[in-house]
Ligand binder design. Structure first.
Ligand code: GLY
Length: 298
């Protein structure tokens, strides 16, 4: 069987990030060439994507609404059912590598301070993922939240309190949430599948918010029929259990291209969403916005 590697830098991420997706796919191929299985390849690709500060994952992740905190989610899954995830992990360079370690525990998900402590215990160094670009995004996001599109300096307590309590007043129209996630799906030459994903969460996130990525079947899923990785507004993806739904179509014999299109079509146009899909008989990438991506097969 031929291998397939698909990578993405997140729906609505800058299209010039496609070069990084290609390098991430190369990294995955390197892992396969070194004898790694699909899971190792998906993890290698996703870790590479986390290191690109243009993407909302790892270094470059979104700040929470408090303007100080970055909390990251990541997950990995193999077609034999192994799954590991971290939610709201802080100050690590590659959350996907921590998620991979969760697979070695009896647990599926480790969250919050426990996830960060777990990472430290395993030797993951302290790393500040905040970038100037993330600060700038946060400033624009707050300006939009307050309805004054201008420059913003909302670091005082009153503004923060407003931002943290304003969700019931949100009145954004198209694309209210710039939300992207990096990820990869892989089929190796033995027919094993894997998916991995990592994110800094949505632009308007309260502290402690958990998106789709660490929820099995929402952001990623893998099984004997294929692997799926999603990107977009996490709450909407989770409501539709997108990755598992698309996977179930593959299991029913739906072609990957059709399954990917049907997955994206589950969402109204105002919700940005994208999927990577690989099955036994093909692969597909679909999204309703620009989505930098890459694929390798051979
Ligand atoms: N899809 C990433 C998130 O909403 O957290």
């Amino acid at each position: 069987m031929k291998y397939v590697i698909l990578t993405h830098g997140g729906v609505a991420a800058p299209q010039n990030g496609a070069d990084s997706c290609a390098r991430a796919a190369d990294e995955a191929l390197g892992a396969l060439d070194a004898g790694g299985e699909a899971l190792a390849a998906a993890i290698a690709a996703t870790a590479r994507l986390e290191d690109d500060p243009r993407f909302n994952a790892g270094t470059g992740s979104n700040l929470r609404l408090d303007g100080r905190t970055i909390e990251m989610d990541a997950a990995v899954m193999a077609s034999d059912g192994r799954f590991g995830a971290v939610a709201c992990v802080e100050r690590v360079k590659n959350p996907v590598l921590v998620a991979a370690k969760v697979m070695e525990t009896p647990h599926l998900i480790i969250a919050g301070a426990g996830a960060t402590a777990f990472a430290r215990r395993l030797g993951f160094a302290d790393h500040d993922p905040v970038t100037e670009a993330a600060r700038e995004r946060h400033g624009r996001a707050l300006a939009a939240l307050r309805g004054d599109g201008g420059d913003s300096d909302y670091t005082n307590d009153a503004a923060r309190f407003h931002a943290l309590t304003a969700t019931r007043f949100w009145n954004f129209d198209a694309e209210p949430v710039e939300c992207d996630t990096v990820g990869a799906v892989v089929r190796d030459t033995h027919g094993r599948f894997a998916a991995a994903a990592s994110t800094g969460g949505s632009t308007y996130s309260l502290r402690g918010r958990v998106g789709d990525v660490p929820l099995m079947g929402a952001g990623i899923y893998a099984g004997p029929h294929g692997a799926v990785a999603a990107t977009g507004v996490g709450e909407e993806i989770a409501r539709r259990l997108l990755a598992r739904t698309v996977y179930d179509w593959l299991a029913d014999g739906v072609a990957p291209a059709r399954a990917a299109q049907r997955g994206v079509a589950m969402f109204p146009d105002v919700i940005a969403v994208g999927v990577l899909v690989v099955g036994r008989n093909g692969q597909a990438i679909a999204s309703n916005r620009n989505m930098p991506s890459a694929q390798l097969a051979g």
